[in-house]
Design a protein around this ligand. Sequence first.
Ligand code: ADP
Ligand code: MG
Length: 642
Amino acid sequence: MSEPAADIIGIDLGTTNSVAAYCDESGPRVLTHEGAGPLIPSVVRYEAGPRGEVRVQVGEGAKAGATDAPRQTVSSVKRLMGRSLSDVGADLAYLSYGVVAGERGTCRVLVPLEDGRELILSPEEVSARVLETVRAVAAGALGREVKRAVVTVPAYFDDAQRQATRTAGRLAGIEVVRIVPEPTAAALAYGLGLERAAGRNAGESVVAVYDLGGGTFDVSILRLTPSPDPGEPYYFEVLATSGDTRLGGDDIDHLLMELFRTEIGAKVGAGEGLELPPQTRRQLGALAEGVKIRLSEHEEAPVRIDLGGGAVYERTITRAELEAMIEPLVLRTLAACDAALRDAAAKHSGLAVSAVVMVGGSTRIPLVRRRVGEHFGLEPYTALNPDLVVALGASVQASILSGARRGALLLDVIPLSLGIETVGGAVAKIIPRNAMVPATATEMFSTSVDGQTSIRLSVYQGEREMAQDCRKLGEFTLRGLPPMPAGVPQVQVKFMVDANGVLSVSAVERRSGKRASLQVVPNHGLTHDEVERIERESLKHAREDMARHRVVDLVANGRLDLKWIEDGLRRVGGLLEPDYLAQMRSAADTLRTLTDRAHADWRSVNPDTLHEAKETLDRLSVRMHEIAIAQSLKGSQTDAGA
Ligand code: ADP
Ligand code: MG
């Protein structure tokens, strides 16, 4: 463990939100304290206090009050950092507060206080207020003072913009030990470029970082070259950047707002020109964002607005509708990707992108993920929260600089088995521990209930047999399956751990072609000590765990058998000899009693007895199945003959 004196945190100083993170030997984590964080709005509100002092509020509180005091609330100050008034001309229209010229053409924020005074502030001063708050959240979370930080900036920030960021840090009492480009931080969060620290020999690689946030889109092409410095195993170079400072999630919200406005206009007979008061516009904006976010998870979003006077605007927006609306925006981002790739190719012959990292809240949109994946021909990295990945990476860089990274866990082999929860709470291991990365494995599963139209898949890591004793990495749902009897759907589950340790789990139902997937980073939050402890515990519990896993599987399979046999008896029971029927019923009763008992308490049943009961019933039921099949063949012949 590092000494507190060596503590360096990572800070993503964002246009919309800022985030603090810290990385120790168990890996990077974001910091929160007393309800603040991980996302701290980069918004500062200035007010005159009762004794003539200037009060400053930062974060959620400042953001909440922004609509009441637009001229006293400074947001997006990052757009002004280190730039001259003429540089920012086009941005001014989007800012609610005043911007004036300072010395040598620099810009200053002009805040008129309620008592008639005017504050003239440099962007660095405003940004320092945000950093002070981030620093306080970090100190609260860590329980000690924080004095040093790695701070991220967009890859395209020039020297003046980087210098301004350093100055903001100094004003906030923070020594900025390194300025790191945001895409580099995002790549580091995924452990890209840390292979050599793990003792693995990897060569040069090229990574694309796609960052679609609220107001801006950036794409960067990075080259990672092994460096001779053991302290910093890789040299990151930004080969090219492209993007659009006026393209992001806000534009999607606007498209939806426009749709609502025109449809409401038509409904109330105001036509195209419906004018909305500011309050209504804001509400509509919040509604639009909510609909957009819902459609990232669900296929449909209901909308209902009471227009007053008994009129109601009501409709459902489908994901397909939203996708059709935003496709042109997504295509613009892909054109920017091509531009960046062209520039990068000019500097690097034979350029081949080996990973695509997704950053920014808007990359949660499934269409964005799909199109980016198709465009690069690679499954994009989405395992880490796209809002937090830059801060996480900054903290990884911080831990490298403070020397704390040495003990960190890096994947070379998979330290703990990876699997999926099956009926009854057991874990089916799909990739065993100590498998070399990259690793791939596939397994077939089915359903346990008739007519299931969705299947929830939970991914676990650990050596114990039961899910409750393992570490849950995440879950996802395969939806939209046509109803089929239990056991009929064929769900192929594929686990793939790539060279960087990112696990992609995908599930496909083969009859319907429906698919779903999940990405996670399994080594996050685990230390070597923990891996060893988990291993020791699994040995301690091995015998008992195996028995329990066996019972749970036997119960699940036994119940499926019982269900089939009941179906069979219902159809052809009348055709069976009374003796045979009695034998069947008795064997089924025995198995049912045992499975029910085992289900209530797995220890109450001897697994061998349970196994025996299931085998007996299976053997007996062969004859009934034969009769049932003969019967259904006869049935189909009569049908054909009729
Ligand atoms: P910035 O980099 O501009 O600070 P962020 O990376 O925080 O922005 O992204 C904010 C944007 O992400 C907003 O437009 C927000 O609506 C959008 N967003 C957040 N979550 C989702 C989601 N689940 N689906 C679609 N958009 C989302
Ligand atoms: Mg961002």
